[in-house]
Design a protein around this ligand. Structure first.
Ligand SMILES: Cc1cc2nc3c(=O)[nH]c(=O)nc-3n(C[C@H](O)[C@H](O)[C@H](O)COP(=O)(O)OP(=O)(O)OC[C@H]3O[C@@H](n4cnc5c(N)ncnc54)[C@H](O)[C@@H]3O)c2cc1C
Length: 489
């Protein structure tokens, strides 16, 4: 049966859900409160600079390719993809390390940092590959509505082999005790929003994604992917409504009845929300909500972040496309994010300079910088604090690269927790949703289908499988399939 489906939000999950739902023959409209699509992957341009506002790492390229292939297309039809080599540069105190593309180069690096560790790294990566293949081949694609989806002997055996209960820190400590190599191996799980001590060892699959599958860049910028997704969605008949804010969802006979957008109510057979989960539930009458404020307050959120979009006149030597400033104490910064919830004394941070690869994102000869400092979701940001941290990162960049850029900055915009709340209705100003801790994985995450109003579905970084662009794409496909399955039962 053809359903009329309303989708709230045009992030990757919303775009993916819309495309798959429309392909199944449903009548789909996406409502986006902003004037452009892409959610956290929006972009803005100013004075000849073009900034991607959120994601900058293109990992797991086959997830993007699978999406396009499902619609008879290919990523190459929409953008030119380049593999970065080196993948990224890491600044430690007093030295910098470039991580080359591919396993061989990584093992060489491991041997240099910790002679004899190469074989252990190789085994670690083989295990990581097993976990990745197992997860992508099943675990990650499940709607995870109930534990029973995982309750077969095969899954239990696989879960055991994936070392679900151990922490990634423990697993890495068996590979090497060399501090820099440990930091390099722990880096990929920082995408998962918690500390390596709390992230299950199964997520070493991210190391496989990092080292074997590689770091890529779509020429023109990450928003080119959004353009490609929009093209696919439109080709399937999806309709888009921009500057369309969902304000309320009405419920009749324990089912969703209407979606109120910009003051106008419209009837839908089903609603999928790719917007912040807690915000979506607030649109419902209180009796139809499943999760309380207390529930959300007790979750472990991935960090929020303080961002700067910076245009620099001339080049900044000493930086690559991706740069990690690990010249500070990681555990201390992590405790300030997750435990004491305070502004960090001396944070780790990340600098992306896409103009190193792409001439179209800055005026000729200039540099486009995106700077990200992870911070707690429970702190207040003020203009003074933003300024103080900007000075701090400039000093660190200058000390480690030998380049003082302070008098060459021609454009600067900051973005922080309060903007995430304003722009995305993000609970606590979270940037990347919930952390992938063991107790917030699979069926322990907020449900993809409401337990109170069954024709309300959720997709995106706050439900399964979790934060990040590839998971958001998978989440959209999974929710569209779930709706079809419910229809046929
Ligand atoms: C700074 C930053 C850097 C990141 N870096 C990376 C990276 O390098 N690689 C990676 O893979 N991932 C990265 N991520 C994570 C990734 O961007 C997200 O996990 C993913 O894009 C989330 O997609 P989504 O569809 O779940 O949600 P979103 O992109 O947040 O989309 C939700 C949409 O809902 C809309 N909305 C909200 N409320 C309403 C309403 N009431 N009515 C209408 N519309 C509404 C919002 O405007 C938004 O467009 C990063 C995230 C951030 C913030």
């Amino acid at each position: 049966m053809k359903l009329k489906i309303g989708i709230i939000g045009s992030g990757f999950s919303g775009l993916s859900a819309a495309s798959y739902a429309a392909k199944s023959g449903h009548d789909v409209t996406v409502f986006e409160q902003h004037d452009q699509l892409g959610g956290r992957a929006r972009a803005f341009s100013q004075d000849g600079f073009l900034f991607d506002m959120g994601p900058s790492w293109y990992w797991m390229p086959e997830v993007f390719e699978n999406f396009f292939r499902d619609f008879g297309s290919s990523a190459a039809d929409h953008y030119e993809l380049k593999r970065l080599d080196p993948s990224y540069r890491v600044f430690f105190e007093g030295e910098q390390i470039d991580v080359g593309a591919g396993r061989e180069s990584y093992i060489d690096l491991a041997e240099k940092l910790d002679p004899g560790s190469g074989r252990r790294v190789e085994k670690f990566l083989n295990d990581a590959r097993y976990k990745y293949d197992t997860a992508m081949g099943g675990f990650v694609q499940k709607p995870s509505l109930s534990v029973t989806e995982f309750a077969s002997l095969i899954y239990l055996r696989k879960a055991w082999k994936m070392n679900l209960l151990g922490s990634i820190r423990k697993e890495i400590s068996k590979v090497t005790t060399e501090k820099r190599l440990q930091s390099l191996l722990e880096f990929p799980v920082l995408f998962l929003g918690s500390t390596p001590a709390k992230i299950p060892a199964m997520y070493s699959m991210m190391n496989y994604a990092d080292i074997d599958l590689g770091t890529w860049y779509p020429m023109g910028g990450m928003h080119k992917i959004v353009d490609g997704f929009e093209r696919i969605a439109r080709s399937q008949g999806v309709k888009f409504r921009l500057r369309a804010k969902a304000e309320a969802i009405t419920v009749k006979d324990e089912k969703i009845d209407r979606l109120v957008v910009n003051g106008v109510a419209e009837t839908f057979d089903a609603i999928i929300s790719g917007a912040d989960y807690a915000h979506t539930e607030k649109l419902l009458p209180a009796r139809a909500r499943v999760y309380s404020d207390n529930y959300w307050n007790n979750r472990t959120f991935a960090p929020s972040c303080l961002l700067y979009y910076v245009g620099v006149r001339g080049k900044v030597n000493g930086l690559l496309h991706h740069n990690l400033f690990f010249d500070a104490d990681f555990d201390r910064h992590a405790a300030e994010i997750y435990e004491s919830h305070q502004w960090p004394e001396s944070p780790l941070f990340y600098v992306c300079a896409p103009s190193k690869t792409d001439p179209d994102v800055a005026p000729e000869g200039d540099e486009n910088l995106f700077i990200l400092i992870p911070v707690s979701t429970r702190i207040e940001d003020t203009p003074e604090i933003r300024e103080r941290y900007f000075e701090m990162v400039l000093k660190r960049i200058s000390a480690l690269t030998g380049e003082d850029i302070s008098d060459r900055i021609v454009l600067k915009k900051s973005y922080a927790r309060s903007n995430f709340i304003e722009d995305y209705n993000a609970f606590g100003g979270n940037a990347y949703g919930l952390a992938n801790t063991l107790l917030q994985t699979a069926f322990l995450k907020p449900r993809m289908q409401s337990a109170r109003v069954p024709n309300l579905y959720f997709t995106g970084q706050l439900t399964v499988p979790g934060p990040g662009v590839p998971p958001a794409i998978i989440s959209g496909k999974t929710v569209a399939e779930l709706i079809n399955r419910h229809q046929s039962t």
